[in-house]
Design a protein around this ligand. Structure first.
Ligand SMILES: Cc1cc2nc3c(=O)[nH]c(=O)nc-3n(C[C@H](O)[C@H](O)[C@H](O)COP(=O)(O)O)c2cc1C
Length: 309
């Protein structure tokens, strides 16, 4: 049998398209700007890299401690520490423009206008293949999750971004809502090319000796294996409501995990927390999916998308 075809087109209705050699991407905030890993991981083999969340101005992030290990998971309250859009365009994009692997920029605003300005700035930047709109960050005081919490504001942000760029637009959804499928429908209607889900779940830890919250910011976002069944079910629910491609994320650490998400309806997946224990995880997952397809006699990954629905 010929090598199975793992490629996926994530923006079929967008003229610029977003063709990935495999459905495996790195999740925002867990793989830097890609550059940091270039010496230890063959990054050009990845489906795509999603860079750290980027704001109009650089941000120092929240007070330490900002990362805390929990049972089968991690709490983080980084608070969007990043270099800002100007430095990203000046210093990172020219490097990305030389790469084969597509890089998608994750953006975050405090206002709808911020999101629109970020999208406009990125529109014609060489090296940027798409935008992931973060309306789901639980770790900042203004913006982020606030917009992802209801269908109306989620659609407004999406429409504002859509109006300013022809790049593929992925909208990243929050699990901290009552009905994620309703929000997915609203952003699809407002012009998103894809939805990605999930961002982290709100949580906390307490140090019983100091009798105080462990994280400097009190609350953080929970990620890692602990959230996988929740994320998987949300993908399954959203897949039954929207027609645009879904990118699954949450606790994925093995090819089997990734295949579960694909069978639940995801056209692609993101690996986040697992990169902290082994940054080669996404490449191992690509190999593992290929082996599974060969063993099962499956020629195209599309044959598996939504197989469990
Ligand atoms: C340390 C850390 C930083 C993160 N930063 C971002 C970010 O800047 N933008 C974003 O949209 N998501 C961010 N996330 C969320 C991840 O991209 C992902 O949605 C989440 O961690 C769930 O996937 P996982 O369980 O595979 O980590 C961050 C997660 C972690 C653990």
């Amino acid at each position: 049998m010929k090598s199975p075809d793992l490629s996926v087109q994530l923006a079929p209705r967008n003229k610029r398209g977003l063709l990935l050699s495999s459905p495996v991407m790195t999740a925002s905030g867990t793989f830097g700007y890609g550059t940091e890993y270039a010496e230890i991981v063959d990054i050009q083999k990845l489906g795509a890299i999603i860079c750290k969340g980027t704001t109009l101005k650089s941000r120092p992030g929240n007070p330490q401690p900002r990362l805390w290990e929990t049972a089968s998971g991690v709490l983080n309250s980084i608070g969007m520490e990043n270099i800002g859009i100007d430095a990203l365009i000046r210093e990172k994009a020219p490097l990305w423009a030389e790469w084969k692997v597509p890089v998608i920029v994750n953006i975050l605003g405090e206002t709808i206008e911020d999101y629109a300005r970020l999208a406009k700035r990125l529109d014609r930047v060489a090296g940027v293949s798409g935008i992931e709109v973060n309306i789901s960050c639980p770790n900042i005081s203004a913006g982020g999750m606030e917009f992802g919490a209801n269908p109306k504001s989620a659609a407004e942000v999406t429409a504002a971004v859509r109006a300013k760029t022809t790049l593929p637009v992925i909208v990243k959804l929050s699990p901290n809502v009552t009905d994620i499928a309703e929000i997915a429908c609203a952003v699809a209607e407002a012009g998103a090319d894809d939805v990605s889900l999930i961002n982290t779940l709100k949580g906390m830890s307490i140090d019983i000796k100091t009798r105080k919250p462990v994280l400097g910011n009190v609350c953080g976002g929970l990620s890692g294996p602990a959230i996988k069944p929740i994320a998987l079910y949300m993908v399954y629910q959203v897949a039954q409501k929207v027609k645009i491609p879904i990118i699954g994320c949450g606790g994925i650490a093995t090819a089997n995990d990734a295949l579960e998400f694909i069978m639940a309806g995801a056209s692609a997946i993101q690996v986040g927390t697992a990169n902290f224990t082994n940054p080669c995880t996404p490449l191992d997952i690509i190999d593992g999916i290929g082996h599974f397809m060969k063993k099962e006699g499956i020629r195209r990954i599309s044959e598996l998308i939504g197989a469990a629905i």
